[in-house]
Write a protein that binds this ligand. Structure first.
Ligand code: GLA
Length: 739
């Protein structure tokens, strides 16, 4: 999968469908030649490193008017020497200089894929699934070694990248930028899709056409954020869901990040992704190393659905770990929107009993069970059970829940502290704050200094003490504010630029300790909904709470946007009450379920408040999900019609046997057109049995003529002639392959 051509000094990484070609340049740096559909694996692509003599361009070699880094497409460009575009990294040296010259020293082709110390990363189940190229570069003045890692997967169109800096000299160096990847593409005729929003409006699809100059997005919140996601796509203007070229870039990281695309005035596109350089400055002492997070690059020549499926496949099989990796996820009920902070043991058991009757499998006790936590003013940091609310303790309560036939899960927010807590009285110095400056709060809470190992160890000890005797099978790990005034008293002034990153490493460390201590627990990450929905988190928590917004029609958009980069198995999706807490509007329970099916599925309400008719429907919904969750969570997902562009939107999943289609209409229409949806990914020769209308269809028919989804809104709404048609209407179609 990786070939090095000695004469031309070209590297060619390839699988059956993609090629990634680079070369060692005359100055010893690494040039980028090509990334895209597979091309012949042969020597002789060096001519694609194009240069031209141009005025106002600076050249590396005397008497040479051609070799300028400004014109050359590169792999990991340095700062300040003939390339005026954004560099991939920068090293500030003891004499104040930022100039470096990392030249090729050697390389190694490794079977398999090495892990990245202290960081989440995609992994192999077997060494034959991928090969890795490590290119070694060295800067003679700083004595810093730079290793560029490239892993190419055999059966998925993915190249993964990261960099390692090792200080082999005897002076301290400062890394003030270290991106995970840089890719220079020869054209600029792309549209960029990013997934941006805000709390309760996460991962909406935003599209723009690239223009000369820098276009970027990122997070400086200490978390990947609801505002922008560390995932983006570049596609040709005529690429759609099914045809055309597209590149996807995803960062396996949960903190500050920058996604940037720079188009230069000769229409070259420089793509970079990594830790945000603002607020980052890493002290690299002699003998120390720094590893960047992993960046995932994918290419599809068959449109965006295929690109997303590459990411779904990679994350389901090579990122998510543990016993829940390939297992269907339990149908849960969470008490948050049913009770908020106001409950006692009896209220909870009431919810559990009814939930058991309708078929729910797991009860999750949300916020408010610990310390003096009766509202959001206090309690965070005190991870012992509040016996006033839960007299039998977590062990007693979990036992009772088990006796009623359900699993027991619990909510934590371990990274936080309230001033009104015992922990704050004991350790006020553990707050992440800048000396002599105001400390800003978010939701009345402060952030613990997770860059300090002692803090992480203490929180682990407390959680372990409280959880070890309870029968816990699920943990929802929340994180409800962005970081501010980031400074750690635990580190020297010279290391303060490390704290944002060290905080994230501390979070990862606690996750790893918790997973080790409770290996069978299913973790769900959460950050006021989906403010830390990223690939880094998926390495620890197989699923994430997609959004605090449970309004079903809003969720169609949020889940649709999220599906571009993340698998259905990872999206926490629940049926909530109506009138809904976020938008105050009524949405039928069928539609709430029809949307939540396309995720992990569960309930976020008090089932005791439902009518008998709704309870009967709920039983049917749960039965449906139990029958089909394997297909939904692990089948091939296709976006069919975008809710960002249409009133009626649609998506589907399919495995070898079943096809499940969801159709959602936001607003009812008068005398609407007929409506059809063309399915995707079916076997054209096979016959599919429509489980709803009991008719047989051919795969080619459903994909080419389409599925009729016309409803009562077409024509007059005459009683007796058409089924009723409402706002927020939805339908699910199931087909079974019969031949
Ligand atoms: C956050 C979460 C919610 C809930 C509350 C509890 O907002 O996203 O689901 O757990 O915290 O305080």
């Amino acid at each position: 999968m990786i070939k090095y051509f000695e004469t031309s000094k070209e590297f060619h990484l390839h699988n059956e469908e993609i090629s990634y070609i680079m070369k060692i340049l005359p100055n010893g740096h690494i040039g980028q030649i090509y990334f895209g559909s597979k091309v012949a694996v042969k020597e002789g692509y060096s001519d694609y490193i194009e240069t031209a003599p141009r005025y106002m361009t600076s050249y590396v070699f005397e008497d040479d008017w051609y070799f300028s880094l400004e014109q050359i497409k590169q792999e990991y460009p340095v700062f300040g020497t003939t390339d005026y575009r954004s560099p991939a990294f920068r090293i500030e040296q003891p004499n104040g200089s930022n100039i470096s010259d990392f030249t090729y020293k050697g390389h190694e082709i490794i079977k398999g894929k090495p892990s990245i110390p202290d960081l989440p990363a995609t992994y192999l189940n077997d060494a034959s699934e991928a090969s890795t190229l490590r290119i070694d570069l060295y800067d003679n003045i700083t004595d810093v070694k730079l290793e560029l890692f490239y892993t190419i997967y055999k059966d998925i169109n993915i190249v993964s990248r990261w960099s390692k800096f090792v200080n082999e000299g005897n002076q301290v160096q400062y890394l003030d930028k270290a991106m995970s990847m840089n890719l220079d593409l020869p054209e600029s005729n792309y549209d960029m899709l990013q997934f941006s929003g805000a709390w309760s409006r996460e991962r909406h699809v935003k599209e723009r056409t690239l223009e000369q100059g820098i276009q970027s997005f990122g997070s400086m919140r200490g978390i990947s954020s609801a505002n922008h996601n560390p995932f983006f796509i570049l596609k040709n203007h005529d690429t759609n869901e099914d045809v055309g070229n597209a590149y996807g870039f995803s960062l396996v990281y949960s903190g500050n990040f920058l996604g940037q695309v720079e188009v230069d005035t000769h229409d070259t596109t420089r793509v970079s992704l990594g830790i945000h350089p603002d607020g980052f400055k890493w002290q690299l002492k002699p003998e120390e190393e720094f590893n960047t997070p992993e960046a995932i690059l994918s290419f599809s020549n068959s449109g965006l659905n295929k690109l997303s499926q590459n990411f779904h496949n990679l994350y389901n099989n090579h990122l998510i770990r543990g016993p829940w990796k390939n297992k269907v996820r339990p149908i849960l009920i969470n008490n948050w929107e049913a009770t908020y902070f106001d409950y006692d043991e009896k209220d909870l058991l009431n919810i559990v009993e009814t939930a058991k009757k309708v078929g729910v499998e797991l009860f999750v006790l949300d916020d408010g069970w610990f310390g003096k936590r009766n509202n959001d003013d206090g309690g965070l940091g005190d991870w012992y059970t509040n016996k006033d609310k839960i007299p039998s303790g977590l062990d007693g309560l979990s036992e009772k829940v088990k006796e009623l036939g359900m699993e027991f899960g619990i909510w934590i927010e371990p990274e936080m502290i309230n001033k009104d807590s015992d922990l704050y009285k004991e350790h006020p110095e553990w707050v992440l704050e800048t000396p002599n400056r105001n400390s800003s709060h978010g939701r009345n809470q402060f952030v613990l200094d997770f860059s300090n190992e002692n803090v992480v160890n203490h929180i682990f000890k407390e959680l372990y003490k409280t959880f070890k005797d309870a029968d816990i099978s699920y943990i929802k790990w929340d994180m409800n504010r962005s970081l501010t005034e980031v400074y750690s008293k635990h580190y020297t002034p010279e290391q303060q630029g490390e704290i944002y990153h060290r905080y994230v490493l501390g979070v990862y460390r606690l996750y790893e300790k918790m997973i080790e201590a409770f290996p069978n627990v299913l973790f769900e990450s959460c950050s006021s909904g989906g403010a830390r929905f990223d690939a880094g988190m998926l390495y620890y928590a197989p699923q994430a709470w997609t959004s605090d917004n449970n309004d079903a029609m809003e969720r169609v958009k949020i889940q649709y946007g999220t599906s571009y980069g993340y698998p259905i198995s990872s999206m926490g999706a629940h049926v909530s009450k109506t009138i809904n807490a976020q938008l105050n509007r009524y949405i039928p329970i069928e539609t709430r379920a029809n949307v939540a099916f396309f995720g992990t599925f569960g309930y976020e309400l008090d089932l005791n408040e439902l009518s008998e008719e709704e309870i009967e429907l709920t039983k049917l919904h749960i039965e449906f999900m139990k029958d089909y969750r394997e297909v939904i969570q692990f089948g091939q997902f296709y976006r069919l019609k975008s809710p960002f562009e249409h009133n009626i939107s649609s998506w589907m999943v399919t495995d070898d046997e079943y096809v499940i289609v969801g159709v959602y209409r936001e607003i009812n229409e008068v005398n609407a057109p007929f409506n059809r949806i063309k399915l995707k990914g079916l076997d054209p020769q096979a016959e599919y049995y429509g489980c709803t209308d009991k008719k047989a269809y051919s795969g080619s028919e459903l994909m080419n003529i389409g599925l009729i989804t016309t409803d009562g809104s077409s024509g007059l709404q005459r009683a007796g002639y058409h089924e009723a048609s409402n706002d927020f209407d939805s339908r699910i179609f199931v087909f079974q392959k019969t031949t």
